[in-house]
Design a protein around this ligand. Structure first.
Ligand code: G
Ligand code: G
Ligand code: MN
Ligand code: NA
Length: 254
């Protein structure tokens, strides 16, 4: 297949890069984390977003070596930010089902942390509910092992999948990321506001940090503040940025 061949070449020729989007403490305005998001700089086609190639990489299995590249690059960058004194917060990396299920996954994470000398608490892995629930038993043991290693765990797109709350409570999850579809509806629709408020309350009860994703407007931000949501991420604060542009955010305090 055409794209598969191009993806192989992209890996070999080092055509992938990461953009970083800040996660902002809504009470203080401080940055509490950064999500790493992959892009592909194709020499002919220009910058390609993950929606256009991650599903293909998942289908043909290339997401495993690509995901390994993402993890290594994100950990290298987090370590460089720590060393420069610019930023001491976790970097969050999105993990696909195939990666989590891959037999070498735990070993790979441990090796990359060791190679990059990154303290494990500066790495957060984002998994969706469906990835976890697809094979709940095996997920639980991998997640337990990751937490034992000291890596942080987030549930991405929370609310869009199915997961039983009693099951969720038994998982060693640090962070719930409220899906942006609910955040989008906050200001326009009472159901949206109700769902967001309920997830924030649930996070507090389960002692999980809650991040509202896709915060785009001041009205959404104001609502999240009244509900005492801890953290926000979205265009209201910053688009995902290349590392160099992201560093300029760190240099100029708000
Ligand atoms: O960056 P963007 O907003 O276009 O991301 C679109 C989708 O691609 C999101 O669902 C995001 O989770 C996913 N994605 C971004 N980067 C990665 C990555 O490094 N690995 C995997 N598996 N998915 C990613
Ligand atoms: O699935 P995941 O949550 O990892 O995907 C994050 C995606 O959301 C990325 O593609 C990122 O570019 C996008 N994103 C980040 N902030 C906003 C926002 O405020 N609005 C919208 N519409 N998308 C956003
Ligand atoms: Mn994510
Ligand atoms: Na998400």
């Amino acid at each position: 297949q055409f794209v598969e061949g191009s993806l192989r070449r992209a890996l070999k020729e080092d055509e992938f890069l990461l953009h970083y989007q800040p996660q902002i403490d809504l009470a203080s305005g401080a940055m509490t984390g950064a999500e790493a998001l992959i892009r592909w700089q194709d020499p002919d086609l220009g910058l390609i977003y993950p929606g256009d190639f991650v599903p293909i990489a998942e289908e043909c299995g290339l997401i495993v070596p690509i995901g390994r590249w993402v993890l290594r690059e994100a950990c290298r960058q987090a370590r460089a930010w720590l060393d420069s004194g610019l930023l001491a917060v976790p970097v969050a990396v999105n993990i696909s089902a195939l990666e989590l299920r891959h037999e070498g996954f735990l070993e790979g994470v441990a090796l990359i942390l060791k190679e990059t000398r990154l303290p494990p608490r500066y790495l957060e892995l984002e998994l969706t509910e469906s990835i976890i629930m697809d094979d709940a038993e095996s997920s639980a043991s991998v997640l337990d092992a990751l937490r034992t290693m000291g890596v942080q765990l987030a549930i991405d797109d929370f609310g869009t999948g199915y997961s039983s709350l009693s099951y969720l409570k038994r998982l060693p999850i640090n962070t719930l990321k409220i899906d942006q579809s609910f955040v989008h509806d906050i200001a326009t629709n009472t159901d949206g506001a109700t769902i967001v408020a309920a997830v924030i309350g649930m996070g507090k009860n389960l002692n999980q940090r809650v991040i509202a994703e896709g915060v785009e407007t001041y009205a959404q931000l104001a609502f999240l503040r009244t509900q005492q949501c801890e953290v926000g991420q979205g265009f209201q604060f910053s688009h995902p940025l290349p590392a160099e542009a992201f560093e300029l955010l760190l240099d100029c305090p708000k």
